[in-house]
Design a protein around this ligand. Structure first.
Ligand SMILES: Cc1ncc(COP(=O)(O)O)c(C=O)c1O
Length: 392
């Protein structure tokens, strides 16, 4: 029988040159990867400037997060600042490729090979980005992608892996973890874009948000979700398993482990088919933003970033100025995970650069580059400059 996901997987395999397994979300794919490649009790090097959902997935897999030192300019992992004592205690490395800026995969790969541990890539933000001479997602033993980001499908993702012989085993593990498709969830998914367009058309976005808040339906009043340390401690003792962590892992995407229906797959395939046009728009906007006073251009080619982390002295004032023009800012990851959840992770050996970056990075959708530059100019936003090896 041809799998319902065959066309999607074929499209992604063509892009990456690797075997790809469709999963209902990137977080689900990451859980699957961690369970396959890492024995519970192990320690995983990861970025402290990352979605908290990913932190909870690492905990759900029965693993101990170890926070990496970062480069203050773009939030990538600063491989040279990881002490040998930290390398020696690791059982895996998980890259983030924050906003599409690649982590230094070739040097991380070399360390993983030296230690005999897997390199796993979170490529949620980085479809279309390159590191060394390969796409992000083609360096590790496995990589996970999110179809909610550039593709805009608000569902779905891929687990890509280097060894095609693992396909049957990984597909069986995926199917075991999936919850069966639900008609109500499928219908809600299919009508959502129309409902959102109506709310936008009626200029009711703010009213809709305020109503959600009043009804207690807002999951994140702050950037980071409430940690609930007492309950989290109990969940950690029950790991590995997704069920004890469900209330943390599902945040922003309650369907994260739901098998998709046909309508969902059809829409996602259509969107993935258009990805190159989207990536071209992201690359053009990224070039414009990096060229602005707040941009921090990297040494390599311009990547089709998912968001461009402009560096701004007063980030919150900039967010307010953009909000005044109906430009919302998402994908903020402040404070770093070792400040947010100190009791559940090993801290970074050099945390200052991550703190600096988390405080000053203003993630901008490159497709709105011109509007954002105009607002920042008009509001008098000052650029921030990382200073010294620790980011000043
Ligand atoms: C860096 C990163 N990785 C993974 C994910 C999870 O992706 P998904 O929503 O498809 O599970 C996110 C979600 O925003 C993310 O920002």
């Amino acid at each position: 029988m041809v799998s319902a996901y065959a066309e999607l997987e074929h499209l992604m395999r063509g892009r990456l040159g690797r075997e790809c397994l469709y999963v209902p979300s990137c977080r689900f794919g990451l859980y699957l990867a961690l369970r396959h490649w890492c024995a519970p009790g192990g320690r995983v090097l990861m970025s402290p400037v990352n979605d908290d959902v990913i932190f909870f997935v690492v905990l759900a897999a029965g693993l101990r997060p170890v926070q990496a030192p970062l480069n203050a300019r773009d939030g990538s992992i600063d491989t040279a600042a990881v002490p040998e004592s930290v390398w020696q205690g690791l059982s895996a490395v998980l890259t983030t490729n924050l906003y599409g800026n690649p982590d230094p995969a070739p040097s991380l790969r070399a360390h993983c090979d030296r230690l005999g541990i897997p390199l796993l890539e979170d490529a949620a933000h980085a479809v279309g980005s390159e590191s060394g001479d390969r796409p992000v997602g083609a360096h590790g033993d496995a990589a996970v992608f999110s179809l909610s980001k550039h593709t805009g499908a608000k569902t779905g993702g891929f687990l890509a892996f280097a060894d095609p012989a693992l396909r049957t085993e990984l597909a069986a593990a995926r199917d075991e973890l999936l919850h069966p498709a639900r008609l109500s969830a499928e219908l809600a998914y299919l009508v959502r874009p129309y409902a959102e367009a109506t709310v936008r058309g009626l200029r009711l976005v703010r009213a809709a948000r305020a109503t959600m808040r009043l009804l207690g339906m807002e999951e994140r009043a702050e950037i980071r979700m409430p940690l609930r340390p007492g309950e989290l401690r109990q969940a950690v003792t029950a790991a590995p398993g997704l069920a004890p962590f469900h209330s943390w892992v599902r945040v922003d995407m309650h369907d994260y482990r739901l098998a998709p229906g046909r309508g969902r797959i059809r829409r996602t395939t259509r969107l993935l088919d258009r990805l190159d046009t989207t990536l071209a728009a992201h690359r053009a906007g990224t070039a414009t933003l990096l060229d602005s006073p707040w941009g921090a251009p990297g040494p390599g080619p311009v990547q089709p970033l998912f968001r461009v982390p402009l560096l701004v002295a007063d980030r919150d004032a900039a967010i307010a100025a953009l909000g005044g023009r109906r430009i919302t800012t998402g994908y903020l990851y402040d404070p770093p995970l070792d400040d947010y959840a100190a009791a559940f992770t090993e801290p970074s050996p050099a945390p200052e650069a991550a703190r600096w970056f988390a405080r000053h990075a203003l993630p901008v959708d490159p497709r709105r580059a011109e509007e954002v530059i105009e607002v920042l100019r008009a509001s008098g936003a000052e650029p921030a400059t990382p200073q010294g090896p620790d980011g000043g």
